[in-house]
Structures are given as C-alpha cells and as structure tokens.
Design a protein around this ligand. Structure first.
Ligand code: SAH
Ligand code: SF4
Ligand code: F3S
Length: 465
C-alpha cells in the first residue's frame, strides 16, 4: 500500500480537530527551520500547512515561538553538526520558557542512531519524528502537548504517499511541487535512500490538480521535485513517464514556466529530451549531477554511467535544447580518489563548461557502503583539490557570465534583492539571477525584460528595457 489509508487520514483529521480546540484560546506561534534540499523545503510547507490548520501563526523569532521545529538534513556531516549546535543552544530558551515545545524531524531523525542520541543528550527536545511520519504530525503534536515526555516516531518504512495534506506557501509567484518521493539508486556514498525510502510517484491527476490550483492562486512557475525526478512513473502501474508528465503540465492554462530537479543521467531518456524541446513552458535549464569524472570512481559510486556516456548525454541535450543552462553536483575526495581520478573531474568541468557547479567534499555517512572503505587520502589533500576545483569553476562561471553582457532576458520578478533593498531580483529562463534597480510599479510576480549591464562570478545586474 503506497498511499496512506482512509482510516489513517480520518484519525489524523480527528487529532487536528482536537488540537484546534486545545489551542483555541492560546494564539500559538510556530517557527519551522529547514535544512537540506528543496524536498525538505516542500515538506516544511506541509508542516506549516498542518500547523496553520490547527491555529498556529508563524514567527521568525525563537524568543517569540511556542513551537520550534527543525526539519533536518543528513546528507553531509556538516549539515548535522549545524543542527546539533543550534539545538544545543536552544536549551537556555527552554529553561527560560518551560512551555516551549521543541521538535526535530526530517532525514537526520530517520536514522535510528541519531534519534537515540537526541533522546539521550538533548532532553529539551519533546518531539522527534522521521520523514515517514510527517503526515502523523497532528497526532504527535497532540501527544507532545499533553504528555511531559518525548514523543518519538522514527519507524523505518519503504515510505508512503500522503495526499491532501494542507500546504502553506508564502504566496510567491513560483512554487515547488513534489511529484515523487524517495530514491532507489543507492549511490554508495549517499544516505538519502535510507532516510527517504523507495521511489514512489504521485498519480498524475493529483499533480495536475495541485498545479492547476496553484495557478488559480497566482503562481506562474512551478519546479517539479524528486530525488530522481526523471524516474517519475516507473513505479506506477499506469502508462506514464516523466516526459508525458511534462507534456501534461505544459498544457495547463495560465502556467508560464516549468522547471524540474534532480535528474539522474541514467534516466535522461530520448523521449524526455524531445519533451523538453517541444514544451515551450519547460525552461532551458537542467541540473544534471555527474559527481565524478573518473570511470573507476563512478563505478565505485554505483552511478551507472561512464564519463563518455555523460559527455555524450550533454552533447545530445545541447543538440535538442541549444543554449540550455547546465548545472551539476560534484563530490571531491571519494575514498581513495587518486590525483589522476580527480583530474578527470576537472576534465569534465572544462569540457562541459557548466554555468553553476555545486561541489562537496566527500562526507562519510554511517550505514552507506562507502563508509566501509579504508580511505588513504588525507583531508588536507581533499581540501587542496576542492580549492583547485573551485578556482577552475569560478573562472568558467565568470567567463560564461561575461558573455551575457548586453544580452536581454525575460525575468520572472521574485521580489527585493536580499543584499540591496534598492534592487529587485528575478530569474532568466535558464534560471540565472539578475538584479535590477526598482523601477515604476514593477513587483514580484511580474515578467519584465532586462538587459545585462554588469557581470559578476555569481550574479548579473541589468536594467529594465
Ligand atoms: N538526488 C540528487 C541529489 C542528492 S543529494 C542526485 O542524485 O543528484 C545532493 C548532492 O549531495 C548529491 O548530488 C551529491 O553531490 C552530494 N552528496 C550526497 N551524499 C554525499 C556525501 N556523502 N558526501 C558529500 N556529498 C554528498
Ligand atoms: Fe543519493 Fe544517488 Fe539517490 Fe541522488 S541518486 S539521492 S545521490 S542515492
Ligand atoms: Fe538532505 Fe534529506 Fe534532502 S538528507 S538533501 S534533506 S532528502
């Protein structure tokens, strides 16, 4: 059974109703802090949706919140350390206000060793739940509010789909829509399949319904999400794949832009490339992680493609969608990666010339096969390589951005620039950020054409035409 049962849905609705009356006169405020990827952001929107339904409003201040929930990420050790540091620091706040409820959820909690550590060492945390228990939040919160002990739900599972959970979105002109959950790929370094369960796709009708509703609320751009989004439909009994889904989303009236992530190279079918080329709303942007350039390392990572296959795929993508913006993820310092292996990674960067590269130093994740490898490469060496990679990519990104000088792009305006209140910010069809001075009545949600007047390594500045 992939979707949750009607009984379970009813039980949660019952807990929601009870919570609503319990909280009726309290005007409770919540703060939900998210780490990790867009899937987690989207889960946080569901958490906020469930909280809003029982009477919570939201605050950005810890001092002001009656409930603080950290939605955590386990993909690298650094992400986990940051959460633990922040949770530790909250013990003062809890001492000051014993009624403050602190919750931890998400990928980090889905690892049993981590949930145990939290229970043992962070006694001020009252609510602990994993990714598979998200839809049970009404019940867990109800129990945590009534009981004085920690409420924990981190049961392991292949994962379920819980439709119809309310989603609280900020009213932005763009929205994330999860189309599938989980991952079956088991790349040897990666914790995601262990904490997110197996691949499971939502029914296309449910996805189309959600996007149609978003459009009715004023959204004009959607990003379809999945850890391996282009494997969409493989687990369903009906005849639908990601290419067909794109075509159906493309037909939604009023929607203007479609993006999607993350795509695995092995699932970039010819049908998908054709759909990308045919659908005018599918933006010329592709995030296509290659992780490593060396075939030996790719095999050790269980990525299921070679460097030559990856480069050929990039060639075919560019043939179908010329001028597509390409980005990628790269891991530096996989166990026993040699200098020659690393140079193959640099070779791919030089050959493809990605617009953006997200690079990470390998982080050992307990429970994954790569964690068992006896690694002879020093941390110092890994950091040196990481810096070399960054220097190379900065130069490439800069050159690509410089090439945009004088060019005009249509932007979807997203709002005020985070760094300069006199500027607005928006994205090009390829997903590049351009800042431009506030002009006339232009506001978030508008589409404007901007000409690039100044370039940086990371951003572009322009002027409205
Ligand atoms: N499903 C996506 C992304 C998963 S996590 C994909 O397959 O590409 C995002 C990125 O984190 C990965 O692409 C990878 O580059 C990086 N990553 C995952 N596990 C890691 C680890 N153990 N150490 C360092 N980086 C890691
Ligand atoms: Fe992790 Fe690989 Fe799945 Fe991406 S495809 S989530 S890197 S196991
Ligand atoms: Fe992190 Fe979980 Fe996403 S481990 S990257 S938040 S799926």
């Amino acid at each position: 059974m992939k979707t949750i049962t009607t009984e379970e849905q009813k039980a949660q609705a019952e807990f929601s109703a009870r919570l609503s009356s319990l909280l009726q006169d309290r005007a409770p405020k919540a703060l939900v802090i998210t780490y990790g990827c867009q899937q987690n952001e989207n889960d946080s929107e569901r958490i906020r949706g469930m909280l809003a339904a029982v009477g919570y409003t939201f605050t950005e201040s810890k001092e002001d919140a009656d409930l603080i929930i950290y939605n955590t990420c386990a993909v690298r050790e650094g992400a986990e350390q940051r959460v633990l540091g922040n949770i530790g620091a909250l013990s003062h706040e809890k001492r000051r206000r014993p009624n403050l409820l602190i919750g931890l959820c998400g990928c980090m909690m889905q690892q049993s060793h981590m949930a145990d550590t939290i229970k043992r060492k962070y006694k001020h945390v009252s609510l602990i739940f994993g990714t598979h228990a998200l839809h049970r939040l009404p019940q867990l919160l109800y129990e945590a509010l009534l009981e004085q002990k920690a409420v924990v739900d981190v049961t392991d599972s292949e994962g379920v789909i819980a439709e119809d959970i309310p989603i609280y979105r900020k009213g932005d002109p763009k929205a994330w829509v999860s189309v599938m959950y989980g991952c079956n790929n088991f790349c040897t370094y990666c914790i995601v399949p262990y904490v997110r369960g197996r691949e499971r796709s939502r029914m296309p009708e449910k996805i189309l319904e959600e996007i149609t509703q978003l459009v009715a609320q004023g959204v004009t751009e959607v990003t379809l999400l999945g850890q391996n989004v282009n494997a969409y439909g493989k687990d369903l009994d009906i005849d639908v794949d990601f290419a067909q889904l794109l075509r159906r989303v493309n037909a939604i009236a009023g929607l203007r832009r479609i993006r999607f992530m993350t795509s695995h190279p092995k699932d970039m079918s010819p049908a998908l490339l054709c759909a990308m080329a045919d659908c005018e709303k599918v933006m010329p942007q592709l995030h296509l992680p290659f992780q490593a350039g060396s075939d030996a390392i790719l095999t050790a990572m269980n990525r299921r493609y070679t460097q030559a296959q990856y480069l050929d795929l990039v060639r075919r993508v560019r043939e179908k969608v010329p001028h597509i913006t390409l980005s990628t993820d790269v891991i530096v310092g996989f166990p026993n990666e040699s200098e020659a292996d690393f140079e193959e990674t640099l070779h791919v960067l030089k050959t493809v010339r990605f617009d953006t590269v997200f690079s990470f130093i390998y982080s050992k994740r307990t429970g994954t096969p790569a964690a068992e490898i006896n690694d002879c490469i020093t941390d110092e060496e890994k950091h040196k390589r990481f810096d070399r990679l960054l220097a190379l990519q900065n130069q490439i990104s800069r050159e690509i951005n410089d090439g945009c000088l004088g060019a005009s792009f249509e932007l979807l305006v997203e709002g005020e620039s985070k760094t300069d209140a006199s500027m607005l910010t928006g994205r090009t069809p390829g997903g590049k950020i351009i800042n431009f001075p506030k002009t006339g009545t232009i506001k978030a949600g508008d589409y404007v054409t901007v000409t690039v007047e100044h370039t940086n390594t990371w951003s572009l500045t322009g002027k409205v035409q």
